[in-house]
Design a protein around this ligand. Structure first.
Ligand code: ACM
Length: 547
């Protein structure tokens, strides 16, 4: 009896601390010390920012307050009583550059970043302390938070090739990443089904490659074609706008230009990129649009793909193709300041290379072992070009086949084996295993909408440990972090994209940011009660398990 009474008291205390003080920070910080008292933010609270490198952080906070609570703070450059002060540059003992300290209490809120990015993350933690009901008096608890990320690479990918997403949603997606302390946005810009980035030297890439005549209905093999034009691309001005938007949120945009596979839209624009320029694009009769049938009948040869899967018409490893890709990368590199450039490298069937006389002769001439050796030759050539421009190549784990390019970073998606092998060869690795972080998978067993298949509940995302136990400490240091991938074959609009993203992005943020010791599934579930309310105030679509 006494035992159950004391458990009851502990439970009440736990609940009162969790609910009364509203400390539900996602991702869980390194340390949180509760203090007594609280602080109330109103429209008369000043926002003190002395150094202009913290202006972007102040602007994000004010935009957030205005959008979700209907007021913003007056920004000043001199100390003020009972204010929110954002500063950066004070190196905390032993904290990383992206670390910060947040102190809140009766006299205000002090966010001190170890650098401007640190203060940005401190501000994100402040947002996590705000009540989730709209009010003009926002009470936050007294606390001391000391924090820093576990992994240097915390990523999320959006595939805009299978379905085009408007610039407004790309910005929203970046905001969602910022709200979860994610620092890399991997932008999958080219696919068999659509080329989405303007390249001035090759106008057909967007004139032809960004438009497909129709799309498969339902899950592959589907129920015919919707016969509806699907199109869209980003101009170079829009790309610059996105890069700037992300930079203001301390997010690096990594562009992905797929090669040598998943290149059907580029081939539709410039058929000479194919091993067989005279051969029609393969779209089964039950899947092709009426318009494409007519176009083929009147002499069109190559089409932008209208169905999903892995396609055999891939880039030919000719000098024409290499020149084309180098020209494309010149424009891409000029647009994206990212140190990393992603060249895909996944799912390149070797059928065409096996049949092509040119490819077979090239294999012999270069002394390559086989078509995998040819893929390796292709990637290594592109790596040399990218390295010469001062950038680093990232590729999906197929770039291991036939020999890894010397400085390449491997994104391990077919499980962890590729990442383990690469780390053992002293290559940097980003973990993105389909089993744990593919956000196109379903969140219910009975699949409440059409998805690619597979079942990936939030608990499984949360359970993910990016450092495989097969690696020793020295090898483990090559694991830069991990990334969630949102492929969009079956995600045709922003609302569905949000539904696939939430709540799993919140779990992923804790995998990437929080220390291993601080991860706690039961505590995370309690914190999610507030987080779901936050999704509501954001106006985001999300999945929630029926209890
Ligand atoms: C991939 O999912 N094909 C990288």
């Amino acid at each position: 009896m006494l035992k159950s009474f004391s458990f009851f008291c502990a439970f009440v205390l736990y609940c009162s601390s969790v609910f009364a003080q509203q400390i539900n920070i996602i991702p869980q910080p390194l340390s949180v010390t509760e203090k007594t008292g609280n602080f109330t933010i109103t429209s008369s609270t000043r926002l003190v920012v002395k150094d202009k490198k913290d202006n972007a952080t102040a602007s994000f906070l004010n935009a957030y307050l205005l959008e979700h609570y209907g007021f913003k703070l007056i920004q000043v450059t001199t100390d003020a009583a009972k204010s929110i002060t954002i500063s950066s540059g004070q190196q905390g003992e032993g904290l990383k550059a992206s670390g910060y300290q947040l102190q809140s209490g009766m006299d205000g809120v002090h966010i001190k970043g170890n650098s401007a990015v640190g203060s940005f993350y401190g501000m994100q933690t402040l947002i996590q302390l705000l009540p989730t009901e709209k009010s003009t008096a926002l009470i936050i608890p007294a606390l001391l938070v000391e924090d820093q990320p576990r992994f240097a690479y915390r990523g999320a990918m959006l595939d805009v090739g299978r379905h085009f997403f408007p610039i407004s949603f790309v910005k929203k997606y970046i905001d969602y990443l910022a709200l979860h302390k994610i620092n890399y946005f991997h932008w999958h810009l080219t696919e068999d089904q659509g080329w989405r980035i303007e390249i001035k030297k090759y106008p057909n890439l967007t004139k032809v490659g960004s438009r497909r005549n129709g799309t498969l209905i339902g899950r592959y093999p589907g129920k015919g074609n919707d016969n509806t034009m699907d199109e869209g691309f980003y101009t170079q001005e829009q790309i610059k706008e996105i890069v700037k938007y992300a930079t203001e949120r301390f997010i690096t945009v990594i562009p992905e230009i797929e090669m040598p596979g998943h290149s059907g839209a580029a081939i539709a624009a410039y058929p000479l990129l194919s091993c067989f320029p005279e051969k029609n694009t393969d779209i089964p009769a039950t899947m092709i649009s009426e318009k494409s049938k007519l176009e083929l009948a009147s002499g069109r040869v190559k089409l932008v793909q209208e169905t999903w899967g892995v396609h055999t018409d891939v880039f030919a490893p000719t000098e024409y193709t290499f020149k084309f890709l180098e020209d494309v990368l010149d424009e891409v590199i000029a647009l994206f300041p990212s140190k990393y450039i992603h060249i895909g490298g996944d799912e390149c069937p070797k059928d065409a290379w096996k049949k092509s006389e040119f490819c077979q002769q090239l294999i012999k001439y270069k002394g390559l072992k086989d078509e995998h050796g040819l893929q390796s030759y292709f990637i290594q050539r592109m790596e040399q070009y990218i390295n010469k421009k001062g950038r680093t190549l990232i590729g999906w784990d197929e770039i291991l086949e036939g020999g890894l390019a010397p400085n390449a970073i491997v994104m391990s998606w077919r499980g962890e084996a590729g990442g383990i092998a690469a780390a053992k060869e002293n290559h940097k690795v980003i973990m993105t295993p389909g089993s744990h972080v593919y956000l196109d998978n379903a969140q219910t067993k009975n699949r409440d909408s059409v998805t690619i298949g597979g079942f990936l509940p939030i608990e499984k995302v949360y359970s993910y440990e990016p450092v495989p136990k097969e690696l020793n400490e020295q090898q483990a240091a090559f694991v830069l972090g991990a990334q969630g991938n949102l492929w969009t074959e079956y995600v045709a609009n922003p609302s569905k994209a949000e539904y696939q993203l939430f709540p799993r992005l919140s779990a992923l943020s804790e995998v990437l940011w929080s220390s291993k010791e601080n991860k706690n599934w039961p505590a995370f579930q309690v914190k999610m009660i507030s987080q779901y309310n936050r999704y509501k105030i954001w106006g985001a679509n999300y999945f929630e398990e029926k209890k």
